[in-house]
Design a protein around this ligand. Structure first.
Ligand code: NAD
Length: 260
């Protein structure tokens, strides 16, 4: 379905981004990977995906907190692939602390990586998408783009922000073939959440398995983690012709979290 198209997935060296990149690759899209990690492992990862799905891949190491590096990555995408057809704004970090104790540098980093980076990639990708009259911007928000949780002020602010940004981008492009939507996952067991599980186990003196159960039972009625593959399937749907009129939504896949 996406043969000949190129997807840039920010933060795709791990977790949800990697799952979505693999799902888009399975549909024939070339993939530009981005994110942190060991250079050798990233090289092996993207070459492996290229081989597995018979597509082209590349990697750019832009730090998503740095607008100049994002600009360099978008230029690289133009030169290497002739632009970005599917932009998945996924890179994100977390920090948990109450407002009065929240480190200022963590606030600034979360707003830069989880929110402002999507503005920069999107503003630079849109002209090419509009020229082709086809494009998909998919923002990986969170159920925290819809509801709050104590201790996550920066994250919740950034995720609510990206849901708003999604709506405006969808509206500004409503008369074109460019759509913009957000995906709002509940708990997904990635390194970002594993850290919260480990912290909880240490704090409460329980096993990691007990901490996982406690985490889920608090918020996610299904009691099951969402998977990167399930989120990848939703991203593929957003890219399909059936989703041509899906514009500006914040679609939660959260085991019932936001239904409560
Ligand atoms: P993860 O830690 O597994 O992956 C994050 C990715 O972002 C990695 O590839 C990392 O290298 C990259 N990254 C981090 N900082 C970066 C920077 N400055 N520049 C470039 N890349 C950077 O996390 P994840 O759980 O897969 O999270 C991915 C997205 O999904 C995030 O936006 C997160 O907020 C969101 N999300 C996660 C969950 C969850 O339960 N895991 C739930 C809802 C939303």
């Amino acid at each position: 379905m996406l043969n000949g198209k190129t997807a840039l997935v920010t933060g795709s060296t791990s977790g949800i981004g990697l799952g979505i990149a693999r799902s888009l690759a399975a549909q024939g899209a070339n993939i530009l990977f981005n994110g942190f990690g060991d250079a050798g492992q990233i090289e092996a990862l993207h070459n492996g995906v290229a081989q597995e799905f018979g597509i082209k891949t590349a990697y750019h190491n832009a730090d998503m907190s740095k607008p100049a590096e994002i600009e360099a990555m978008m230029k690289f995408a133009d030169e290497r692939f002739g632009g970005v057809d599917v932009l998945v704004n996924n890179a994100g970090i977390q920090h948990v602390a109450n407002v009065e104790d929240f480190p200022v540098d963590r606030w600034d980093a979360i707003i830069a990586i989880n929110l402002s980076s999507a503005f920069h990639t999107t503003r630079l990708a849109l002209p090419g998408m509009k020229k082709k009259n086809w494009g998909r911007v998919i923002n990986i928000a969170s159920v925290h783009g819809l509801v709050g949780s104590a201790g996550k002020s920066a994250y919740v602010a950034a995720k609510h922000g990206i849901v708003g940004f999604t709506k405006v981008t969808a509206l500004e492009n409503a008369h074109s073939g460019v759509t913009c939507n957000a995906i709002c996952p509940g708990w997904v067991l990635t390194p970002l959440v594993q850290k919260q599980v480990d912290d909880r186990a240490a704090r409460e003196g329980t096993s990691v398995e007990q901490a996982k159960k406690a985490l889920l039972s608090e918020k996610q009625p299904s009691g099951e983690f969402v998977t990167p593959e399930e989120l990848g399937a939703l991203a593929v749907f957003f890219c399909s012709p059936a989703a041509d009129q899906v514009r500006g939504v914040a679609w939660n896949m959260d085991g019932g979290w936001a239904a409560q």
